[in-house]
Design a protein around this ligand. Structure first.
Ligand code: FPP
Ligand code: MG
Ligand code: MG
Length: 385
């Protein structure tokens, strides 16, 4: 392998942890209500990319050898892996109800096992990785309702399979369980960070309801157009990644410089990740993505490739103003983007952010995990789904 001549796999150590992650996430989602149990675990069955937990685990390991600070937190590591389930609420269930299944031994708190690969990652950091996946999956359940999406990870989306009501409620349930797990970390600063992420996700979605700061029929391109888009992108994507990287460093008792570097890495990687996501929506087929392609224009969204194309094509303003709602708008916008340098500019901006992410962690001592964080940057730039 030309990229990796000495054959070190930077993911090796976290790959072991990831094997247990999906199982532990499902462990956090047990409900005695069989339908809620099914819907809330639905997206955990298909193999996600686990980008956020991978970053948390890599950051935990990469910061393990950096200078420590003493923080005034009373961490009760022993309580973290206690079961969080509510198996008994439907003890008098109606066996004729749809989705009925008898309670099994695995529904019982007593049989709950918390699995880990037993590496030097702290239980609190491992649990944080699971919490990031829960919050992310909750946002996908809600997002697919908002976007009327029909597919996710190569299968029918939860809203299609179970309907909007159950999809929204399951998302709320995931946030509830994420909150319980977060509370059990007994770290107020980390709790505040992740609670802020949940608020930020909603703020990002609200910003995205409009393409520009002002609601105009004929918006004119200004530098504020990009600023608004990047602020939205931070809130909807980079906030979770940056704040969870920060939280990983905090849980490891890292000193302030390391905490800040972890955050800067996550923020820049998160922005690059979403820029690439917005580019792939134009360049990759739905079959390859496992979700509908070209969806953003259909949803009325002006993302980076279009915003860059708009800078050189003022006439796109009218289309942005009516959210590509007139017949022929989507096709016209798509072809102007294709003729412009919008996709190249999007990729170049993503590369700038990735470079900043790598620069942020440069002072960390060299380790496999640090190499893994660098490789995550390369993966973000190379990914096709
Ligand atoms: C995917 O974006 C969605 C997000 C990154 C965040 C969605 C956030 C909410 C719906 C806010 C409320 C939810 C919670 C849990 C607080 P996308 O639609 O661009 O990507 P896609 O192509 O994968 O659907
Ligand atoms: Mg969507
Ligand atoms: Mg969306």
């Amino acid at each position: 392998n030309a990229d990796n001549p000495i054959g070190i796999d930077p993911f090796r150590t976290v790959a072991k942890e990831l094997k247990f992650l999906a199982q532990n996430v499902r462990g956090l989602l047990g409900s005695g209500h069989p339908m809620l149990d099914t819907v809330s675990k639905y997206y955990t069955q298909s193999e996600g990319k686990y980008v956020r937990p991978t970053l948390v685990l890599l950051m935990s390991r990469a910061t393990a050898l950096t200078p420590k600070a003493s923080r005034n937190v009373l961490q009760q590591q022993s309580k973290i892996d206690q079961p969080i389930t509510s198996p008994s609420i439907l003890s008098d269930r109606n066996p004729d109800a749809p989705g009925y299944r008898p309670l099994t031994a695995s529904d019982s708190d007593a049989n709950y096992t918390y699995a880990s690969a037993g590496t030097d990652i702290l239980p609190s950091q491992r649990r944080l990785a699971e919490i990031t996946e829960l919050i992310h999956t909750a946002s996908l359940l809600h997002d697919d309702v908002i976007d009327h999406s029909e597919a996710r990870r190569g299968a029918p989306s939860a809203n299609i399979k179970f309907g909007n009501k159950m999809a929204v409620l399951a998302g709320d349930f995931l946030l509830g369980r994420a909150s319980v797990a977060l509370a059990r970390l007994r770290d107020p600063e980390v709790t505040e960070l992740l609670a802020t992420v949940i608020a930020n996700l909603v703020e990002g979605e609200f910003m995205q309801l409009k393409n520009t700061a002002k609601d105009e029929k004929h918006p004119v391109w200004t530098e504020d157009t990009i600023t608004y888009y990047l602020q939205k992108t931070y809130l909807k994507s980079a906030s979770l990644i940056s704040k969870s990287c920060r939280a990983a460093a905090l849980l490891g008792q890292s000193g302030p410089e390391v905490v800040e570097a972890a955050y800067t890495y996550g923020k820049n990687l998160g922005l690059a990740f979403q820029l690439v996501d917005d580019m792939l929506d134009y360049t990759v087929s739905g079959a390859e993505l496992g979700k509908p392609a070209g969806a953003d224009l259909e949803l009325g969204l002006a993302t980076a490739p279009l915003i860059f194309a708009w800078k050189d094509n003022y006439q796109l303003g009218a289309l942005v103003g009516r959210k590509f709602g007139k017949s022929g708008d989507v096709e016209a916008a798509r072809s102007l983007v294709a003729q412009s340098s919008g996709l190249e500019q999007t990729r170049a901006l993503a590369q700038e952010y990735v470079d900043k992410a790598i620069e942020a962690i440069a002072p960390f001592p060299d380790s496999e995990a640090k190499a893994g964080l660098v490789e995550m940057c390369e993966k973000v730039m190379k990914r096709r789904k």
